[in-house]
Design a protein around this ligand. Structure first.
Ligand SMILES: [Zn+2]
Ligand SMILES: [Zn+2]
Length: 402
């Protein structure tokens, strides 16, 4: 859709496009202001529908239109007003107040919904109307008057102009980044938080840890298993094989993520002394999971690692660990890469180059991804000879094979 859109704007072969103002697209829904006659509009739509990509547009025009969650109207004086649009068939699907979610999530929902109405409704009367509807819907879902009022007040006290621009996210420097405690959410979550905060000072009393841990940890809840997860799934996955086959082998960084600074587009890799070359036989990117990766430091030493998560997340962790190593005096607590970079490269991770070389894909019946990856990792460490002193891997684990 994006390529088609670019082509119609760049080619200049459709003269009617000059009368299009404010073209907006969300996935496959498009909205624009038309400044020509109806005949010209029909002609434009016919031309747009004449394409080799099999894109067929249907359209509606008028001074009042529904687009995504907006009701848009052009007034007689030419101004455009917006109001919230809900499908007449939509039900009250707000999360129930008694749902087993973190209290902060439940508390945030009225605030989020009132702010959304405030942002979308350009006229005060329209907002008030939507607010009344929201109050009814929240009451029906068991929310207290207090929590509804809090949401309404927050919206009414926030200038709409401020809501129309996404807030600028605060950037943490590496040392300010909070330590996160991540776990599945359950009913004892608040108790857990209290225990963790109460005993956090034990960790802080340690002279080495004190320098790297903040005042208190940040608790992050993951969704626990729900009934949908527990039910039996179909093993049939139609997209799996067809999609993969079309993609070329090699490692391809996305070019947009932070990890990409240390990632390189690569098709092969060699063993520790360069006497043997191997080709990458998978299509891998920064976002690939279950990957064996190859890290080369400025002095050409190789480290082989594994991750069950997205490669870019693991790479960022390595970079942060290396940077943090500058502030840690006791090198015995450092992991392999940070220790090497502290000893030989002044904790500067810039010269570290990483790329994915292999990937584990479990069959339809699943299995232990961590264990299979550990087996792959051991094989690659052995084949490439990256154990110390030739490389940076410190041990060759056989546990994964037992
Ligand atoms: Zn990337
Ligand atoms: Zn090195």
């Amino acid at each position: 859709m994006g390529a088609w859109e670019r082509s119609i704007f760049q080619d200049g072969t459709i003269p009617e496009m000059d009368k299009v103002q404010g073209w907006m697209r969300y996935i496959d829904d498009i909205w624009f202001v038309w400044e020509g006659t109806m005949d010209e509009l029909h002609r434009l739509m016919n031309k747009l529908n004449d394409n080799s990509l099999n894109i067929h547009l249907t359209y509606k025009c008028g001074r009042k239109l529904d687009f995504l969650d907006l009701k848009i109207e052009v007034l007689d004086d030419g101004t455009i007003t917006t109001d919230l649009y809900r499908k007449p068939t939509s039900t009250n699907s707000l999360l129930h107040y008694s749902s087993s979610h973190p209290a902060s999530t439940i508390r945030g929902i009225p605030i989020g919904q009132f702010l959304r109405a405030r942002r979308i409704c350009s006229q005060q009367e329209a907002f008030e109307e939507q607010a009344v509807d929201l109050v009814c819907r929240f009451s029906n879902r068991g929310y207290s008057k207090k929590s509804i009022r809090r949401g309404y007040k927050r919206a009414i006290n926030t200038p709409r102009a401020k809501l129309l621009h996404p807030p600028i996210k605060k950037c943490h420097s590496n040392m300010e980044e909070p330590v996160r405690f991540i776990s599945n959410f359950n009913n004892q979550w608040n108790e857990l938080r209290k225990i963790l905060n109460k005993h956090w000072n034990i960790l802080k009393s340690d002279p080495i840890l004190r320098k790297v841990i903040p005042t208190s940890p940040q608790m992050v809840a993951k969704r626990s298993q729900n009934i949908k997860d527990l039910l039996v799934h179909s093993h049939y996955d139609s997209s799996r094989n067809i999609k993969k086959r079309a993609l070329p082998d090699g490692f391809f960084p996305c070019g947009f993520c932070k990890a990409c600074l240390n990632l390189r587009r690569t098709f092969s890799f060699s063993n520790w002394n360069g006497s043997k070359n191997y080709e990458i036989r998978k299509h891998l990117t920064c976002a690939s999971r279950g990957v064996i990766y190859y890290a080369k430091c400025p002095c050409e030493m190789i480290y082989i690692g594994l991750t069950t998560r997205e490669l870019k997340i693991r790479v960022r962790e390595h970079i942060r660990d290396i940077e943090k190593a500058a502030t840690i005096e006791d090198i015995s607590i450092l992991k392999t890469l940070p220790r090497h970079f502290k000893a030989h490269h002044k904790c500067n991770p810039r010269g570290l180059i990483i790329w994915g070389i292999d990937q584990v894909e479990l069959g339809i019946r699943g299995g232990d991804l961590g264990q299979v990856l550990a087996q792959y990792e051991s094989r690659w460490i052995f084949r490439l000879g990256t154990l110390t002193p030739q490389g940076l891997n410190e041990n060759l684990g056989f546990n994964a094979f037992l």
